[in-house]
Design a binder for this molecule. Structure first.
Ligand SMILES: [Zn+2]
Length: 364
């Protein structure tokens, strides 16, 4: 199977360099990225549409997607803390399943083809998400948490561990779990400093990445950056939970940063919205007008895959085809800025995964 997407603006390679040209997809793989016209070969005319790597949402909890904005005016601990409203909601597995299905649709419609979920409920919770995600083209990276099962059994079913908070567990148990994940070649990640600074404890576990750092002190952030520890930031969810905002620019300059949308009960799964919020927040708070939108787009696409140790979906020869095609409004001067802070779901003309065209608004 071969398809040529021509008359395109391609955000090519690891630097998302805008290039006028075409992309050839053959048997699900990018076979060629070329400049100019694809020649006499027949091609799908994208009418200067923009080809951009698909989004990877680096942090979600889609188990609570069926209860959007429940308890929105309660504190974060009352909503999603240990014993919070969320854990009551998660008991209704049928509704959880339906919510997960709708979350997968929401992600696909907004150009996300991979997500990493901190799944609650131990091995059973992991299996529930897997059973729903199997039917979707959106790929799930499932990070489970212990819930009475043996750690080996849990890790057999998931891609790694996602710890809610080091305060919820015994540190020795966590250290053991971390070593086991390492031995089994699985990820180990932790929510960190979302509400208060627990960076020192978290770093003892040497995680693959941490999520949030919203309330980390200056010294803690320095230490994270000194170690170049990869970080997932969820600025809209932090805003929704009223717990402060992360220092996006400092992180972008100092380490590998990805973006996530966090709890579906508190935030939508739309990465276009996450990018716009992150971009404007980073520029506004830092007063740095030089901050490049490309760094935000990388955080929503290529960086997230690096952090999750997945194959790159940069638009270059040999990589799997996993990209979004945006309509190119003639007045868009800079395609990267267009995607990061202007485009809506309705600007998505098509989504390509392997040999499949997965919808969008009137491509091809
Ligand atoms: Zn989370």
């Amino acid at each position: 199977m071969k398809r040529i997407f021509g008359n395109a603006v391609v955000l090519a390679g690891e630097e998302l360099e805008p290039t006028r040209g075409y992309v050839v997809v053959e048997d699900g793989i990018i076979a060629e990225v070329g400049e100019g016209n694809p020649g006499k070969r027949g091609y799908v005319d994208l009418k200067r549409g923009i080809i951009c790597p698909s989004f990877t949402n680096a942090h979600t909890h889609i188990g609570d997607a069926y209860a959007k904005d429940v308890a929105a005016y309660k504190s974060i601990s009352e909503r999603v803390g240990k014993g919070g409203v969320k854990f009551e909601l998660l008991k209704d597995e049928e509704k959880v399943k339906q919510g997960m299905k709708s979350a997968l649709k929401e992600m696909l419609a907004s150009g996300t083809l991979t997500f990493a979920d901190f799944r609650e409920g131990g091995a059973r919770g992991v299996k529930l998400l897997r059973s729903v995600a199997r039917a979707s083209p959106v790929e799930a990276v499932v990070l489970g948490r212990p819930n009475g099962d043996s750690p080996e059994k849990l890790l057999e079913h998931c891609d790694g561990i996602g710890i809610s908070s080091v305060a919820d567990y015994n540190m020795e148990e966590l250290a053991k779990l971390r070593r086991l994940a390492n031995r089994m070649g699985k990820l180990f990640a932790v929510h960190c400093a979302e509400v208060s600074d627990d960076v020192a404890q978290v770093l003892k576990l040497n995680p693959d990445f941490v999520v949030h750092l919203t309330n980390a002190s200056e010294a803690s952030i320095e230490e994270v950056l000194r170690r170049r520890l990869p970080v997932v930031l969820c600025p809209r969810a932090n805003g929704s939970f009223a717990v402060g905002l992360p220092r996006i620019r400092e992180m972008l300059e100092g380490t590998l940063v990805a973006l996530g949308t966090d709890n579906a009960m508190a935030n939508s799964l739309n990465m276009l919205r996450e990018m716009e919020f992150a971009f404007k927040l980073a520029r506004g708070l830092s007063r740095d007008y030089g901050l490049d939108a490309r760094e935000i787009l990388k955080a929503a696409t290529l960086n997230a895959r690096k952090l999750l140790k997945l194959e790159s979906n940069a638009i270059e020869e040999g990589n799997p085809a996993s990209f979004v095609i945006f309509r190119n409004n003639n007045y868009i001067y800079d395609p990267v800025l267009g995607i990061v802070h202007r485009f809506e779901i309705s600007d998505i003309k098509g989504i390509v995964k392997g040999d499949a065209l997965l919808g969008g608004n009137g491509i091809v």
